[in-house]
Design a protein around this ligand. Structure first.
Ligand code: SF4
Length: 481
């Protein structure tokens, strides 16, 4: 979201044509502004005092304050910011510590292989982030003499994958540049502080929020101020049930004041008269049952694309009798680039189960170079995985093999792995679910034909798995969510 916001802003202003000047946008109406210097000063002081008292101890914060070398400091902040995009702090901590232990400097990261990066990133999601981070580190080492750009403007201009938000965060936290940041948490806090109810993902509103962040940022402690604003959004001014009573800036919050207004108390300058570009739209006015969570508002989310993929767990007995699985590497670009998976085939919409099985058998046959009968594939179930923009269903089949398989060297890179090696490989969370699903269901003996499930096998039921996902099965078909 942080980079999408930055992208909107970045591409919004085309260069003026024919020498004509772009007209400056009208200033926002007073209720949505921070225009009183005394109030700004008070807000900064209150927020920073709260941050000093209540901030969470996080490894990247420690590095940002203890690391003396500016390049190492900027690198440490950069890694944390990329990992934190669309990912919770609690999940990131362990990944961050392992990453910084393995690649403590830009130079170390630049020498790593994509395979190593993907292995460490496995499970964190949005895999292109790790790849882009490494590409940018290589650029700093090879083209910028190993020195990180020293301003937000240069960071954004020179480093691939670094947008306006990340550049502002690195520059303010690592170098003390007085520049604001706008991410999802900051949007929520600012929209509530100033009753901004227009679509908060629209470029004009995002522009206003950047202006506001740049106005508010504390000149002497910009990095701490930005982190404090984000921390407030993450821990107090949360989306559904904000803790307004504990909020250090509640006296500056116009959404809170709006909640306490009665019809008799009058608008107190909190409402604009007609056609305000920052107020809630007339079609969705203030809803008193929502309180401060009237803000922010977003346009309806686009529905994710629905995709179905057939995937086959090819299994053999390894030299010590333990099962081994065949995994193949995905192409180096696109979704889950460079990651490993079970041999898979994207299915056409609306394909019947029988046809899916035949299509997968043909695919495996072409890939392995020896006959695979559709009937040999045992249907295990379905695994549903939600990517940010894709609702992916994997239809999982299993195929036990007797003996080795010699693959065409021209096909995608592949290898046999034990279960332990599988989990240590650069595989996605969805593929881990697929293997878990395969283990959860009775398999037929190696080298034999698929058998119908025994009469003692329950025909339907459900159970909660240890990772919190819900496992439902119905006859032969399992659906894992
Ligand atoms: Fe958010 Fe409530 Fe604080 Fe306003 S008072 S900024 S709504 S937590």
């Amino acid at each position: 979201l942080r980079e999408v916001i930055a992208l909107h802003v970045h591409h919004r202003h085309p260069p003026p044509r024919h020498g004509r000047r772009r007209r400056a946008p009208a200033p926002p109406p007073a209720p949505h502004l921070f225009s009183d210097p005394a109030e700004i000063e008070a807000l900064r002081g209150n927020l920073l005092a709260w941050y000093d008292r209540c901030k969470r101890d996080l490894p990247w914060r420690t590095l940002a304050t203890t690391e003396l070398d500016a390049d190492r400091r900027a690198y440490a902040v950069w890694v944390s910011e990329i990992m934190l995009q669309q990912t919770q702090v609690a999940t990131v901590i362990d990944y961050y510590n392992r990453w910084m232990q393995k690649w403590p400097t830009l130079q170390a990261l630049a020498q790593a292989s994509l395979e190593e990066v993907n292995e460490l990133w496995a499970g964190l999601g949005y895999y292109s982030r790790g790849k882009r981070l490494q590409e940018a580190a290589r650029k700093v080492v090879s083209e910028l003499a190993g020195q990180m750009p020293r301003t937000a403007e240069d960071l954004q201009k020179l480093l691939p994958g670094v947008g306006r938000y990340t550049a502002g965060a690195i520059a303010s936290i690592s170098y003390g540049q007085a520049t604001g940041v706008v991410d999802g948490n900051v949007i929520r806090v600012l929209c509530r502080l100033r009753c901004i109810g227009a679509d908060s993902s629209s470029p004009p509103v995002i522009d206003r929020l950047w202006d506001m962040a740049n106005t508010l940022v504390d000149r002497s402690r910009p990095g701490d101020f930005n982190q404090a604003l984000m921390e407030l959004g993450a821990t107090v001014c949360v989306p559904k049930a904000p803790l307004c009573g504990e909020c250090p800036v509640k006296q500056h919050c116009r959404a809170r004041r709006r909640v306490s207004m009665t019809p008799k108390s009058g608008p107190e300058g909190l409402l604009c008269v007609g056609g305000c570009p920052l107020c809630p739209p007339a079609t969705e006015p203030w809803d008193s049952s929502l309180g401060v969570t009237n803000f922010p508002r977003k346009a309806a989310k686009k529905q994710p694309r629905v995709v179905k993929t057939a995937t086959c767990v090819l299994e053999r007995r390894g030299c010590h009798g333990a099962p081994e699985y065949l995994i193949v590497q995905r192409p180096n670009s696109g979704l889950l680039a460079g990651l490993w998976e079970f041999p898979s085939l994207l299915l056409a919409q609306g394909l019947q189960e029988e046809k899916q099985q035949e299509a997968l058998a043909d695919h495996l046959q072409a890939w392995m170079g020896w006959p695979v009968a559709a009937g040999d594939l045992q249907l295990i179930g379905e695994v549903v995985h939600i990517f940010s923009h894709i609702h992916q269903t994997y239809v999982v089949y299993s195929l036990p093999l007797d003996g080795d398989v010699t693959l065409d060297p021209a096909s995608s890179p592949s290898r046999w792995v034990t279960e332990e090696e599988f989990h240590a490989s650069a595989v996605s969370t969805a593929m881990k679910k697929v293997l878990g699903d395969t283990w959860a269901f009775p398999s037929f003996p190696l080298g034999s034909s698929p058998q119908p499930l025994s009469p003692s096998t329950p025909s339907s039921g459900h159970r909660l798995l240890r990772d919190g996902t819900f496992h439902v099965w119905d006859h032969r078909r399992a659906v894992l969510r």
